[in-house]
Design a protein around this ligand. Structure first.
Ligand code: ATP
Ligand code: SF4
Ligand code: MG
Length: 336
């Protein structure tokens, strides 16, 4: 049985223009010890999905339907008190901005100790020892525990937030763009720390990112989101070598290749649709060079296109042809 099973999850925001469905009928599972990358461009619903898992949505956001099964119960329906106990102990989050996770007026060490004593069963002395241990785990010197957040560099702050998220040994960490603000060398160090922790503690991670190279470096499995929906999910290996969805093909074109440094980068023109009034049919159709009449009115279901590989595109049986055409810059210039 998977550690986490999300079924048909829908999350809405109330806005002045009407209800916005930022996550729309999303289903996926995470196994114990698995590292799932959640990828997609800005505004596709990644953070909303991550925050819904912990039930820490902004005031105007709510879970409109679906299930989030973790350790044999549904996090959508348990009481706020039960959810409070599950946070930190069973699942925790590294939020998109590390400054959001740390209170600027408290010393970082005190913040970690507070989680250990208030949310866990640690007494003050054990909490002190555990804080030192956690700092060592993420590569921070123990004398830094007495620093305030602003005395840390971006990379150090990010490590401190990871230490905080790991404080009570959760089964699952949702890490929202944990390295986006960091330079490439520090990025690599922080991702390496994640990978080591995963192996050491059998930790499951949902790694939210818009960066394909982060997925390549740390993940076993990838889910691609577009306009509130998962459009493709598969192993990292297949994601890079046998992608099915035209949006995934487009994303890969937009990033430098490890194997072909001279490849010309091709971007996907246009923007994702307005989620208050999404288009009929396939949500990618206005940017997809392979769109056909059927894509205008019939929504492609997310179906198994190969063992352990799901994709939502009407033209998946022609994938070999689409992959080859997608490599040409000209293909992406003649959109519908
Ligand atoms: N509090 C809010 N109220 C209304 N709409 C919101 C709110 N938060 C997010 N949204 C909208 O929900 C959609 C999904 O936003 P979300 O932050 O989940 O995207 P994301 O994939 O994490 O993007 P990014 O890569 O920029 O972090 C976007 O259209 C966004 O404008
Ligand atoms: S369903 Fe149609 S528009 Fe959507 S990705 Fe496939 S070919 Fe493109
Ligand atoms: Mg986000």
């Amino acid at each position: 049985m998977p550690l986490l099973e999300v079924r048909d999850l829908t999350v809405e925001y109330t806005t002045q223009r009407g209800a916005m469905r930022a996550v729309d009928g999303v289903s996926f599972a995470v196994e114990a010890g698995q590292h799932l990358g959640l990828i997609g461009e800005s505004g596709c619903g990644k953070s909303t999905l991550g925050r819904a898992l912990l039930r820490v949505l902004p005031r105007n956001g709510s879970i409109a339907g679906g299930e989030i099964r973790l350790n044999d119960r549904d996090l959508v329906t348990i009481s706020e008190e039960q959810m409070r106990r599950a946070r930190w102990r069973e699942l925790s989050m590294v939020p998109q901005s590390s400054m959001d996770a740390l209170d600027p007026v408290y010393r970082v060490g005190d913040q970690i100790k507070e989680v250990l004593t208030n949310r866990g069963d640690y007494n003050r002395r054990a909490a002190r020892e555990r804080a030192v241990e956690l700092f060592a785990l993420v590569g921070l010197a123990k004398d830094r525990l007495s620093n305030y957040p602003h005395e840390f560099s971006g990379g150090m702050r990010q490590r401190a937030v990871i230490a905080l998220a790991l404080a009570l040994e959760p089964d699952l960490v949702v890490a929202d763009e944990p390295v986006t603000a960091l330079d490439v060398i520090v990025q690599h160090q922080v991702l390496k720390t994640f990978r080591e922790l995963q192996e050491r503690f059998d930790l499951s991670v949902i790694m939210i990112t818009h960066d394909i190279s982060v997925v390549a470096e740390t993940c076993d499995e990838v889910a691609v989101m577009y306009a509130g929906k998962i459009v493709e999910q598969t192993s990292v290996e297949r994601f890079f070598h046998q992608p099915f969805h035209p949006y995934t093909l487009g994303l890969q074109n937009a990033y430098p290749s490890l194997h072909d440094a001279n490849r010309v980068l091709i971007s996907i023109d246009g923007y994702p649709p307005d989620l208050i009034d999404p288009p009929s049919g396939c949500r990618f159709r206005d940017r997809c060079p392979f769109a056909i009449e059927r894509c205008q009115h019939e929504e492609p279901p997310l179906i198994e296109v190969a063992p352990g590989h799901r994709a939502a595109c009407h033209r998946w049986p022609e994938v070999e042809k689409l992959r080859s055409l997608a490599k040409e810059a000209a293909t992406w210039q003649k959109r519908p």
